[in-house]
Design a protein. Structure first.
Length: 237
């Protein structure tokens, strides 16, 4: 079953816990939805990062904090979540593009082929994968676990992003693929969780990542927007 297709459990929530540590960490597990206009009480040593429609904010205990949505817009948030893969493929920015290879995916929707993981995807008809490629280029082979069908792909020098061959190896919810790259002795395995072509808002997207176990994407998202996250003072309530 595709994620988020009928998920209305957090429709009225305005904040999602994305990170937590300290004595109250279990009470504020990642993915927990917190209603708007409520309060959060933390103990000494607690650190909770919340994400709402405006971005992230950090609460540090001890103290009681208001969860009223932050009015300061985080400029990175929309750009990080906006491109679900379709635009990269349709504009031709990925196919044949050669540029300086990044050291990590530049977008949460790029399929990271460097480590085994569960990967959340949006538009399954147009996806791109990321792999670190040196100045000599290389080869990568995708193999569907269910029947062993494989497809080798060539990457040109410094090309780290390439369109996933969706016509030959379509991605469906629960599908698993092995990925073999030049220079690696052991293939990695990717398991896919589908979210639909238009994930419904930041809160639902984050909650979907947490439920499906798409931890690498969640970490990338939080890291991308956390530098702008303000540390909030206790409301003293």
């Amino acid at each position: 079953m595709a994620l988020l297709s009928a998920d209305v459990a957090i429709a009225n929530a305005k904040a999602i816990v994305v990170k937590s540590s300290g004595p109250s960490a279990k009470a504020f597990a990642p993915g927990k939805a917190i209603a708007d206009n409520s309060t959060v009480t933390l103990k000494a040593g607690d650190i909770v990062t919340l994400l709402d429609g405006q971005g992230t904010r950090v609460l540090k205990g001890p103290g009681t904090f208001s969860t009223t949505a932050n009015t300061q817009t985080n400029s990175n948030l929309a750009s990080v979540l906006k491109n679900t893969g379709t635009r990269q493929v349709r504009t031709g920015a990925v196919r044949g593009a050669v540029s300086e290879a990044p050291v990590r995916p530049t977008n949460v929707w790029l399929i990271d082929t460097t480590k085994s993981a569960t990967v959340c995807v949006a538009d399954t008809s147009a996806l791109s994968f990321w792999t670190p490629t040196g100045d000599q280029g290389g080869n990568i082979t995708l193999t569907r676990v269910s029947d062993g069908k494989s497809m080798p792909l060539e990457l040109r020098p410094m090309q780290s992003i390439k369109a996933w061959p969706t016509a030959e190896l379509p991605i469906v919810d629960g599908a698993q693929y092995r990925v073999s790259r030049d220079g690696t002795a052991t293939p990695i395995t990717l398991r896919f969780a589908t979210m639909g072509p238009n994930p419904q808002g930041v809160e639902n997207t984050i909650s979907g990542f947490v439920r499906a176990g798409c931890n690498a994407q969640l970490d990338l998202l939080v890291e991308a927007i956390s530098p702008q996250a303000p540390e909030e003072k206790s409301a003293g309530l």
